[in-house]
Design a protein around this ligand. Structure first.
Ligand code: NAP
Length: 749
């Protein structure tokens, strides 16, 4: 409720669906001292008076606008000029004049026909993107605009105060107010509203004209009903809109016809792959844009959007579990499958947001990709020279891997491209990959401040192979350079200061590309080709880590994790847990898609002991330390971690954030510059609880959130973890699997 009314007197010219809905909001919230209206018919005015919507009604708009400080034109757009001309001499100097018309260019043209270029400062056109099939004063609803958009199209003559006051009015109606240029409005609406309405009218008209129309409508399925719903809208209004926005609508129709012709041809030619590609692209684009527009604060450190509540203990933590696929391998399976010759089948694909961003990028570059469905993806490779220029910037979401690896691939293409990301990715450094790519002849610019995204990459005239000494250990930079090297002239070689993850090298070999590794020097020759293959994405050892630690610290647990990736650059967690005395067996070792995988059995461990973690294991377990800290807290004796300063610059400062959480749960620990000292609370053979219940801030770091969830197995009070929505980025099935394992975990949105 607003105490001081926003307006003294509001005059509606036209009081149908839209006008009367806004009048209802103004009335309910007491936003004006007086509301009056003018319509053509007395009947409408009488009805509005009777409903108590207005205090006075006039058939002549001149009488309505006297002394009004807000005039709302809520009538058919074609009547605008005539009404404005009539009321002009009677409008107060500082009155706000707005409208609700569905097209804006012609409203502005009408105003100019009346006022010339000297438009009143209070003139601010608007358009609520909300409606209903029924019109008239009785159809109005007070909540019509709630959670809908209202577009204001201020002109250069519009005063800020008028825009501000109108925004307040629409916000009071719970609408989301945005400002837009008039032409942009008409162009956008032509595509998103006017064309769909025309298509709905067109389809119904097409079917109604058939001889068997009765049957057609009688047996119409849900799809037809959904699609044709908007053809029930007011024909007068749409007649007006189609004429009012003629140029933009004609353009939209042309685009539609061209696209439809493509679909027609694909069906006629029975081009299954291309048809699948386009359908898949459309479906994915819809999800992708919905997600982008939902504007989830994924990695933003501001708003808590989700919470886990974990009650102590678990029942039945036994049996076989498959944790989701490895993220690094999932990314690469799409990238390499896309540029391979032939069709690549991927199983175990991680359907997390980062890998989906990579998948969408390749669809945007014309690659036909089916899925993902239950972790299965089929990629119809286009070969080394088959990628097409994307129609707009490639959106990488939160995924640094996608952006850095794709930099290498895009730098070698014959088209320009731009890559953008979310707020968090937009702060990450890209020069570390851009710089060596430039040495290869790439034209690549990080256009953000201080070498951050967006990345702008120009069509390449021919890359040349180089040797590069990596200044820092980075699998992403190494991979980006190797990928650029596929198209480069001659040999591309890299030496790394210490070994980093070698998923790129392994998978390139699985696709039949020769990559040499000699000590810490990796090299390949440009100009070869990749041959499609089957990629089984291993279960992600980083996700498996939570179940390994969980089973170790939980009485009677006996868990087998299937097909876990045991790439030697990633197995630090296994080695460290073994050194702590964990009952852990690795068996059934095999190779899949170039990667070593195995099943891992972990049983409740009676005598878990604290250790000084060997520094040579640190890089091999870098992502698993949050989970290992939970194991350390449950072990007997002290655990000391050193040489792990990198943990402080991950998605959060994982040393500090884990220390804060552990201390909140009553665990004694001391964070150090490059590690932590944790005083384990466990005793051999004793399964009593070690953690107090607490409320923990995960700082939107998925691994922190999952680690503290595991602590629930040995806590004697409820653990609340804030900011858990990021768990979906790496482990979308985490809560489902932990619930299956008998954890008492509740998700609060
Ligand atoms: P509506 O329910 O049919 O109401 C139109 C109102 O305008 C009626 O009160 C009518 O008077 C009055 N009117 C018509 N011609 C007039 C004239 N020449 N002079 C004075 N008053 C006149 O229409 P609506 O759905 O509210 O639409 C109004 C505006 O909103 C249109 O410009 C439309 O483009 C826009 N809009 C509509 C929707 C939607 O879904 N309906 C959505 C967004 C925007 P009587 O009552 O006497 O007939």
């Amino acid at each position: 409720m607003i105490n001081q009314p926003l307006f003294k007197k509001v005059a509606f010219i036209g009081l149908g669906l839209i006008g009367s809905s806004l009048a209802r909001v103004i009335k309910q919230q007491q936003l004006a001292s007086h509301i009056v209206a003018s319509t053509r018919s007395k009947k409408t005015l009488d009805a509005a008076l009777q409903m108590g919507l207005i205090e006075a009604g006039f058939q002549d708009p001149v009488e309505a606008v006297q002394d009004a400080d807000l005039i709302v034109l809520a009538l058919p757009v074609r009547a605008t000029e005539q009404v404005l001309a009539r009321i002009r001499p009677y409008v107060a100097q500082d009155a706000i004049i707005t409208d609700v018309g569905s097209t804006k260019g012609n409203v502005v043209a009408a105003a100019k026909a009346v006022y010339g270029d000297d438009l009143p400062a209070g003139f601010v056109p608007g358009h609520p993107i909300a409606g209903a099939e029924h019109t008239g004063v009785h159809a109005g609803r007070v909540d019509l605009f709630a959670q809908h958009k209202v577009i204001l199209t201020p002109l250069s003559t519009s005063a800020d105060w008028a825009v501000e006051k109108l925004s307040q009015l629409w916000q009071a109606a719970e609408a989301d107010v945005i400002c837009m240029d008039v032409n942009k409005h008409d162009e956008v609406l032509a595509h998103t509203s006017h064309l769909p309405h025309l298509m709905a009218f067109n389809l119904v008209e097409q079917l109604a004209n058939r001889e068997d129309n009765l049957d057609i409508f009688r047996y119409a399925a849900g799809g037809f009903r959904d699609f044709s719903r908007i053809a029930a809208s007011d024909p007068h209004m749409w007649h007006d809109i189609f004429f009012a926005n003629k140029p933009a609508i004609l353009k939209a129709i042309d685009g539609f016809e061209a696209q439809l012709a493509i679909f027609r041809q694909l069906i006629e030619d029975e081009d299954s792959q291309a048809l699948m590609g386009r359908l898949g692209h459309a479906q994915a684009a819809r999800q992708h844009f919905n997600h982008m527009l939902a504007n989830k604060p994924l990695m933003e450190n501001t708003k808590v959007t989700q919470q886990f509540r974990i009650s102590p203990g678990a029942h039945n933590f036994q049996g076989k579990f498959s944790v989701p696929g490895d993220k690094s391998v999932s990314h690469r399976s799409i990238m390499f499958g896309a540029i391979a010759e032939g069709t690549t089948q991927v199983t175990g694909f991680l359907e997390g947001e980062d890998a989906l961003a990579t998948l969408q990028a390749f669809r945007d570059m014309g690659v036909a990709i089916e899925g993902p469905k239950n972790g299965e993806v089929t990629i119809h490779g286009v070969g080394m020279h088959g990628l097409k220029a994307p129609a707009s910037a490639l959106y990488m979401g939160n995924s640094g891997t996608s952006m850095r690896l794709l930099s290498g691939m895009l730098a070698a293409q014959q088209f320009d491209s731009v890559m953008t990301g979310d707020a968090s990715l937009s702060k990450r450094p890209m020069e570390r990959i851009a710089k060596p790519l430039r040495l290869m002849g790439a034209q690549i610019q990080s256009t953000g401040e201080r070498g951050t995204p967006p990345l702008s990459i120009s069509a390449n005239a021919g890359l040349k192979g180089i040797h590069y000494d990596l200044p820092m250990a980075s699998a992403q930079v190494k991979s980006g350079l190797l990928l650029a090297g596929l198209w480069a002239d001659g040999e591309t070689s890299i030496t790394e200061p210490e070994p980093t993850r070698d998923h790129t090298e392994r998978m390139l070999r699985a696709f039949g590309y020769d990559v040499k590794t000699e000590g810490n020097r990796i090299s390949l020759q440009g100009g070869g080709k990749l041959t499609a293959t089957h990629i089984q994405v291993p279960s992600d050892i980083s996700s498996a880590a939570f179940f390994m630690v969980g089973a170790t610290i939980c009485e009677n647990a006996d868990v087998t994790l299937e097909a876990v990736g045991i790439n030697p650059t990633r197995t630090g967690i296994i080695e460290i847990l073994k050194q702590m005395g964990a009952d852990l067996t690795v068996f059934n070792e095999r190779i899949a898609g170039g990667e070593p995988i195995a099943d891992i059995r972990i049983r409740a461990t009676r005598t878990l002991k604290g250790i000084h973690i060997p520094e040579d294991q640190v890089p091999l377990a870098i992502d698993e330390f949050p989970a290992l800290f939970i194991a350390a807290a449950c072990a007997e004796g002290q655990t000391v971690l050193t040489g792990a300063a990198e943990l402080r610059v991950k998605e959060s400062d994982r040393i500090q954030v884990m220390a804060d959480g552990l201390q909140a749960m009553g665990i004694q620990c001391t964070p150090t510059e490059d590690g932590i000292i944790i005083e384990g609370q466990g005793k051999a053979g004793d399964w009593s609880t070690v953690f107090n219940g607490a409320e923990i801030e995960s700082h939107h770091d998925h691994r922190i959130a999952m680690s503290f969830s595991i602590a629930g197995l040995r806590s004697h009070g409820e653990i609340i973890i804030n900011g858990t929505e990021t768990v979906a980025t790496s482990f979308p099935t985490f809560t489902a699997l932990t619930q299956q394992a008998g954890f008492n975990i509740q998700v609060i949105e």
